[in-house]
Design a protein around this ligand. Structure first.
Ligand code: F0G
Length: 458
């Protein structure tokens, strides 16, 4: 008999979690203004809010933390970390930051000016926020196929070269850089092919525009290249990631994802001018250049995490679990962005709750219902997260409306996946009875979904 698939790690430490009653959850959700970001974590049974900073570190990472050098300047932890970035990713200059958006803040403070245009394959919300708060414009150039949730193609996160060229042509001299996000989180954790990375960079460079890779899930992207793109089957993840980075001019990294640390990020580049420019913003925002908002132990954990999570077995175990959840949802006929992404399943709320109009935020409604059903905290990646158009102040209903079931790395078992799938099925079975959504009672001007207060309509 062929042995079944199993994890490439075993468990050394566990953290108890607790179930609750529906009555308790009704009360807690109302107290949280129907915004799951406002829940306390002990009110949650299975937490799928994010895979960011929520992974389990390895014994090697924990032991590296004990060796952290906490010197203010010149800490050996920084030099260890820098050596790993140089060796694995191929960049000479490295600036640590406390997380991904801090890397964006530091680099974009130097690069983005009012009136600029920054194209990208569906900028993540903080990335878009950092562009828009500088009164510049973020233009999405993802392929149109990404918007058809039922279409099954291997690299749904790709850049449309036609859309990109149009933006580059129409905004000559006004595009400081392009953002290439791998994997493409906003359209469902969908990968970008090596061919598309190469062609995107060639096109940008032809127009004299540098490319910054938003690399939060670069290793997962490399896994998909290895398993889906011809010519890469026999290459190691480390070889593939090195090639991915060889085409771009810089990277911003949220190490809370693919370096599997609880906190950390960085900027890396081979462009000396950018390094010198960004440095000036690191010191006031993040701190001295050899710690950038992090303690020495964080830098050590990040260095080990980068090395370990660019190994095939770790990535295979991780993505297998997401695909296992997808297979359960397939069994129950539940629509989601196909194929399953690297870090999450993105449920297609428009199809699951057809009775809820856009104006009543179907995905946010479903996020609330899923919490009430089983204490599962998911996250709306849809019309709320899209914010209002900065010029017209209208809600942006032109994108996709997803409920993201985001799987933390090495945290839950496949039994938890079974519970999640069953809870989603229960909701799906009673979808005809869910007829009213939510209304915004209060919202922030930018990145409103974190703090929005909502009323459930009756
Ligand atoms: N870029 C991408 C593609 C991201 O997914 C994130 C964060 C960031 C940048 C910002 O990094 O959180 O370290 O400041 N994404 C998390 C998520 C929060 O839940 O998808 P950060």
């Amino acid at each position: 008999m062929e042995l079944p698939f199993s994890e490439s790690w075993k468990i050394k430490m566990v953290e108890p979690i607790h179930k609750s009653t529906r009555e308790e959850r009704e009360k807690w959700l109302a107290e949280a203004y129907n915004n799951v970001f406002m829940l306390k974590s002990d009110q949650v049974y299975i937490d799928l809010l994010t895979d960011s900073g929520t992974g389990s570190m390895t014994d090697r990472q924990w032991s590296a933390m004990m060796l952290g050098d906490e010197s203010y300047a010149g800490a050996s932890s920084f030099f260890k970390f820098k050596e790993v970035v140089q060796r694995l990713l191929g960049f000479k200059y490295v600036i640590p930051t406390h997380q991904g958006r801090a890397a964006e803040n530091v680099l974009f403070s130097y690069l983005v000016k009012e009136g600029n245009v920054v194209p990208g394959n569906a900028h993540f919300d903080t990335t878009k926020g950092h562009i828009e708060m500088r009164k510049a414009k973020a233009i999405d150039v993802t392929i149109d196929e990404a918007h058809n949730t039922q279409l099954e193609i291997p690299f749904k996160g790709n850049v449309s070269l036609e859309k990109l060229e149009k933006v580059l042509k129409e905004n000559k001299g006004n595009v400081p850089f392009m953002v290439l996000t791998v994997t493409n989180n906003t359209v469902g954790g969908q990968p970008v092919s090596m061919k598309n990375i190469r062609e995107t960079c060639e096109l940008c460079h032809r127009y004299g525009v540098p490319v910054n890779m938003d690399s939060a899930r670069f290793a997962e992207n490399a896994y998909f290249i290895k398993t889906r793109e011809k010519g890469y089957e026999n290459k190691s993840i480390k070889e593939i990631t090195k090639e991915m980075f060889s085409y771009v001019d810089s990277m911003t990294m949220s190490a809370k994802k693919d370096a599997i640390v609880n906190m950390g990020g960085f900027i890396a580049t081979n462009n000396e001018e950018w390094y010198e420019g960004a440095k000036a913003f690191c010191i006031p925002f993040e701190g001295f250049l050899t710690y950038g908002g992090l303690s020495g132990r964080d830098l050590n954990a990040m260095a080990v995490g980068l090395d370990e999570n660019t190994e095939f077995d770790m990535l295979q175990t991780r993505i297998h679990q997401v695909q296992y959840l997808a297979s359960k949802l397939d069994e129950y006929g539940i629509p989601y962005q196909r194929p399953a992404g690297g870090h999450a399943i993105f449920l297609d709320a428009d199809r699951i709750l057809p009775n809820i109009p856009k104006e009543e935020f179907p995905a946010q409604t479903m996020t609330c219902e899923l919490y009430l059903e089983a204490g599962i905290r998911s996250c709306e990646v849809g019309y709320l997260l899209a914010d209002r158009d900065p010029v017209t102040h209208e809600n942006r209903f032109d994108g996709l409306d997803f409920v993201r079931l985001c799987i933390p790395r090495r945290v839950y078992t496949d039994n938890h996946m079974d519970v999640i799938a069953a809870a989603v099925k229960n909701l799906y079975d009673k979808r005809d009875k869910i007829n009213r959504g939510v209304r915004i009672a209060w919202e922030a001007k930018l990145m409103r979904h974190f703090t929005v207060q909502l009323e459930r309509l009756k």
